[in-house]
Design a protein around this ligand. Structure first.
Ligand code: NAD
Ligand code: UDP
Ligand code: UDP
Length: 316
């Protein structure tokens, strides 16, 4: 028997893949979004599904629906978008968490929070394990996102301790795939769009900083495993791909896979840009039996194919 599941931020990049997977698994899905960075194009193919429902709503306002599970993903995720209206970003994380936790408390729903590796800030420990407390600048340009997500984690654990809520918190590391926004400034989408348009590839700093990139299907699988794990598995739990690449490696791979003639150009490194990021996923392996299976090259091929098709439709 399918469950009634609310996905906030359901028209976004990760949310749309999650809605798709939950429908495939036979659930009744309410996709909630205020379309700040989400798009109807991401979910238009689900609109005719009889168990899919779209709701335009902002999580900073209370919401009364009856559900069994909540996946709380609403929040802009890329620096360009979360820094555009930083006060709204913090409100979305904090007021949004309070409202969704209030809803979970009233309906006795199990609730998942999409937290982030950004709670570790510019880490002094490498790779990051879940007990690392982070190195976040509380007043910098990334703080609206990082501190908002940290406060949301605090709220989740206080509702768990104080009101016995059944919570799941995942710290998601850089994820990529089809339906990323072409203009959101994230490195994978930037490099692919630049390569497909034959423009210069913009490397910030020397390109020696590292990231670990997880393909979206792997990530969605990890999220669902966490939601379905035994009740004592609250997290926080890292979800990401531990295979680390420099930004220069990524640029070269995108050029190779697209066959682009683009040149590499170097731009200043943004403020508070972490030099290294790699998840330690031992906890996810042990508790969820999960690890990513899609290699960067394979995932990039699928992502490039998506952007090629969008480009051919004149979408960017
Ligand atoms: P996204 O911007 O594509 O999706 C976020 C969605 O939330 C959008 O559809 C947006 O319109 C919606 N939204 C924003 N504010 C809202 C509000 N106040 N009310 C209702 N809806 C609102 O980003 P994404 O990459 O899909 O990220 C989804 C979640 O995962 C976010 O919470 C993000 O912080 C987290 N996350 C993502 C990554 C990643 O690499 N993609 C990494 C770490 C954490
Ligand atoms: N809330 C909601 N939907 C519900 C129940 C609560 O949006 O079904 C909101 C409510 O507006 C409140 C918040 O969630 O501001 C926190 O709810 P909680 O019950 O924890 O706190 P209280 O209502 O006691 O302040
Ligand atoms: N980056 C880059 N060129 C770009 C976009 C990003 O060199 O066109 C770098 C950025 O400085 C960072 C890394 O790529 O070091 C990942 O950036 P992204 O914004 O994708 O994610 P985050 O910094 O949140 O991990």
């Amino acid at each position: 028997m399918g469950k009634r599941i609310l996905v906030t931020g359901g028209a976004g990049f990760l949310g749309s893949h999650l809605c798709e997977r939950l429908l495939q698994d036979g659930h009744d899905v309410i996709c909630l979004d205020n379309f700040y960075t989400g798009r109807k194009d991401n979910i238009v193919h689900l609109m005719d599904h009889r168990f899919f429902e779209l709701m335009r709503h902002d999580v900073t306002f209370p919401l009364y629906v009856e559900v069994d599970e909540i996946y709380n993903l609403a929040c802009p995720a890329s620096p360009i978008h979360y820094q555009f209206d930083p006060v709204q970003t913090t409100k979305t994380s904090v007021h949004g968490a309070i409202n969704m936790l209030g809803l979970a408390k009233r309906t006795k729903a199990k609730i998942f929070q999409a937290s982030t590796s950004e709670v570790y800030g510019d880490p002094e420990m490498h790779p990051q394990t879940e007990d690392y407390r982070g190195n976040v600048n509380p007043i910098g340009p990334r703080a609206c996102y990082d501190e908002g997500k940290r406060c949301a984690e605090t709220l989740f654990f206080d509702y768990h301790r104080q009101h016995r809520l059944n919570i799941r918190v995942a710290r998601i590391f850089n994820t990529y795939g089809p339906r990323m926004l072409p203009n959101d400034g994230r490195v994978v989408s930037n490099f692919i769009v630049q390569a497909l348009k034959g423009r210069d590839i913009t490397i910030y700093g020397k390109g020696s900083q590292t990231r670990s990139f997880c393909y979206v299907d792997d990530l969605v699988d990890g999220i669902i495993r966490l939601m379905n794990a035994p009740d004592d598995v609250t997290g926080p739990i890292n979800l990401g791909n531990p295979v680390e690449f420099t930004i220069m490696d990524l640029a070269k791979m995108v050029i190779e896979l697209t066959g682009a003639k683009s040149q590499l150009v170097f731009k200043p490194l943004p403020e508070d840009d972490p030099m290294q990021r790699q998840p330690n996923i031992e906890k996810a392996k042990k508790l969820l039996g999960w690890q990513p299976s899609v290699a960067l090259r394979q995932g990039l091929e699928k992502t490039i194919a998506y952007f090629e098709s969008e480009l051919s439709k004149g979408r960017f």
